[in-house]
Design a protein around this ligand. Sequence first.
Ligand SMILES: [Zn+2]
Length: 249
Amino acid sequence: MATTKVSPKLFIDKRRQQVLFAEADKKFVDFLFSIFTLPVGAVMSLLKEGGGTVGCLPSLYQSIEDMSVTHIKPDKSKRFLLEPKVMLCPKVPLLLPNIGSTFRQLYRCSNSNKYNTCINYVTDEDSTICPYCELKMNRIVTFIDPPSTIRESSTTKDGYVKGTVIYMVMDNLEVKPLSTTTLVSLFAKFNVMNIGDIEEKVVDVGMDEGVKLLEASLRSKTVLTDVFLPVENIKTEDSIDTTERYPAE
Ligand SMILES: [Zn+2]
């Protein structure tokens, strides 16, 4: 899996220094949707260094890290919980570190052709001992996607959403196809009178931004603004009234 360049275009309300929405293609939307395929352990593992999580999950995660292996069952590993393997949809942009390297691989023992019972066992941990013949399970098994009734080209099979549409990602990560009607009501909601009040800015989203987007999505309703227009970067001479930045719904 290779890193894909993802470059949504932000539409920024210059007066409030707030991202109104991002115009995005399929790649950015596929990345956002893929957040739901991540096990909580993988999310915690990605965010623990920045301390970017709320609630009790960090202390629960730390408890597992700190627990002596003498208290863990001998057939289990703490890695199963702390670094769970991820089953990603093919060709979703790789915008989170260490996720691709933990792509789930399945294994069987080499007796799977010989004994019917061995065929019943499959593992995602290389060299686990087969419960029937007690050989190492290190023969790679190929996962086959369910057959589709639609003949797909290689590009339409990738990711989750169709690539023929331009999408609109709101500051709170609401995603919808871009339409003039939505744009008009959005500008009305934010009291944008003049198109000159809007700044367009294309941003590159790499792994740093991927982790920041994931982190902000867990705590904020203004994710794009938080990640791409952090408050410390706003010049003081702009004298932004922060109560005006996020108007009440
Ligand atoms: Zn076996």
